[in-house]
Design a protein. Structure first.
Length: 493
């Protein structure tokens, strides 16, 4: 009988709906994570530029991005809270036995959420209410707090991949917990920096992509050029760094989680001179169909030599390794992430070449088409990285210590499927509302810019600085009419 069929027959009924529910909520939440982690830094870079160069356009962009940051944070709080509850409701075996060991990461994240909410509120309402320098300085802790939240989550996840910092009593329960070792596990460093740089890269490309679309539609004023250049430059600098970090974390997986590495590279038999498969499908008998086979490359990538020995999936019992289907899913996710990363490196090099040779932004429409797609592609790469990390670790929820099936809830599977349907319905509403708010904000800002351009003396939409008195609206006149006054950037008098 097929290995997958064997494993499904032995799994509890609750396992599939619990997995699907957790996967859906994680995949939804992770879309928001890059903006939550990196948008504060991008906003503050733009804010600093506005203050240093006395550029009202940069200040206007920073203020508008801070509004987006606040809305995104509110939605992220909702989806993050759901995930926190799901850990306890869906996986009581995990939290009940191991919560005392790795739960500190969730505590750190909770404090980070609280501090970030306070700091975002201060930063958002500080425009026009605080002195410019004071306002900027109060915003500086935001990136650090965002990194602290990422620290907590990555500490918990890296512990699940390489658990340490405890001993087991005769009943198999963890005792003698060493919090320091439980937090700083062998995979923590590679995972954390790969994640953080990936978030900066993704957020930069997403924000720049909005202005790349504007460039393609003919909006090539200072506002759109600056809105594109700052986030894209940050993303372009981060891209080759991320590529190197990705290579480093893959090598860490090779040393610390060899079976997971075998799943990512669909290696069946242990040996040297192992070929690399780009895509392809692994079958239960160990054969691979489809894809592009590159002789010896997997061994070379793993240890810089074709003589490097790579552990295969068949080296462990079938109950201790991913199924052929799971290995194929992890492999495709990993390869797609690598392909996207490689294309983004080429895009970043194109940008750098034009900038260093001509000291200007690229003028090719194909470049801006690529930049417009880069944001979506980088989000896909983030999703693929999560899939490769989690699916490649199967069947373990705590690597080599607890299987996923041992941690799942005893709640009836029917109830879990109903819960899954309710969560999908709520998330469709939440993300639909989020998109509607963003589109309404964009429309309001665009109309305000158009009215200001029509009524302003310079004819530019950037003349209203976020600092200083609010422009007045003449009695009986439309916004922006008469007296040289113009509406503020949020469209209010």
């Amino acid at each position: 009988m097929h290995t997958t069929v064997h494993l499904l027959a032995d799994a509890p009924d609750q396992l599939l709906p619990a997995r699907e529910l957790m996967a859906f909520t994680l995949a939804s939440h992770i879309i928001l994570v890059p903006m939550g982690v990196a948008l504060p830094l991008i906003t503050l870079v733009m804010h600093h530029r506005g203050l240093r160069h006395n550029d009202p356009t940069a200040l206007l962009l920073a203020r508008r991005w801070s509004a987006v940051m606040a809305v995104q944070f509110a939605v992220g709080i909702v989806t993050g809270t759901v995930l926190s509850f799901e850990f306890g409701l869906l996986w009581p075996g995990l939290m009940g036995r191991w919560g005392d060991v790795f739960g500190i990461g969730f505590g750190v994240e909770a404090w980070a959420f609280f501090l970030e909410a306070v700091l975002i509120a201060i930063y958002l309402y500080g425009w026009r209410r605080l002195k410019p320098r004071t306002h900027f300085l109060l915003g500086l802790p935001l990136p650090a707090v965002a990194l602290m939240g990422a620290f907590g989550i990555l500490a918990a996840n890296s512990w699940m991949n390489t658990p340490q910092g405890f001993s087991l009593d005769p009943e198999g329960n963890p005792v003698d917990v060493n919090i320091w070792k439980a937090v700083f596990t062998p995979m923590f460093g590679p995972q954390y920096w790969h994640f953080v740089v990936g978030m900066l890269l993704t957020a930069g490309y997403v924000v720049a992509g909005v202005y790349a679309v504007g460039w393609l539609r003919g909006r090539r004023d200072h506002y759109h050029r600056l809105g594109f250049a700052v986030p894209f430059t940050l993303a372009a600098v981060a891209t080759p760094v991320q590529f190197m970090l990705g290579d480093s974390i893959a090598r860490s997986v090779f040393h610390k989680q060899p079976v997971k590495f075998a799943a990512l590279e669909i290696v069946w038999d242990t040996g040297t001179h192992v070929p690399e498969y780009m895509f392809g499908r692994l079958h239960p008998d160990g054969s691979v169909s489809g894809g592009i086979k590159i002789p010896q490359l997997d061994s070379i990538l793993a240890g810089f030599s074709p003589d490097t020995k790579v552990i295969g999936l068949s080296s462990v019992p079938e109950t201790d390794r991913p199924t052929a289907t799971q290995a194929t899913i992890a492999h495709w996710a990993f390869d797609l992430m690598v392909v996207i990363g490689s294309v983004l490196v080429l895009l970043a090099l194109w940008y750098a070449l034009v900038w260093f040779r001509h000291h200007r932004l690229p003028g090719s429409r194909w470049f801006y088409r690529g930049a417009a797609c880069a944001g979506v592609a980088s989000v896909v790469a983030v999703e693929c990285g999560w899939v490769a990390t989690e699916v490649g670790r199967q069947p373990w929820i705590v690597y080599q210590n607890m299987r996923v099936a041992e941690a799942v809830t005893a709640t009836r599977s029917t109830s879990l499927w109903i819960m899954f349907g309710l969560v999908v319905t709520v998330y469709v509403f939440v993300f639909g509302s989020f998109l509607a708010v963003l589109l309404k904000m964009r429309t309001r800002w665009r109309l305000a810019d158009a009215r200001q351009a029509a009524g302003g003396t310079a004819g530019a939409p950037e003349t209203d600085t976020p600092y200083g008195p609010r422009p007045s609206v003449p009695a009986g006149g439309p916004p922006g009419a008469g007296g040289g006054s113009a509406p503020s950037e949020d469209g209010r008098p």
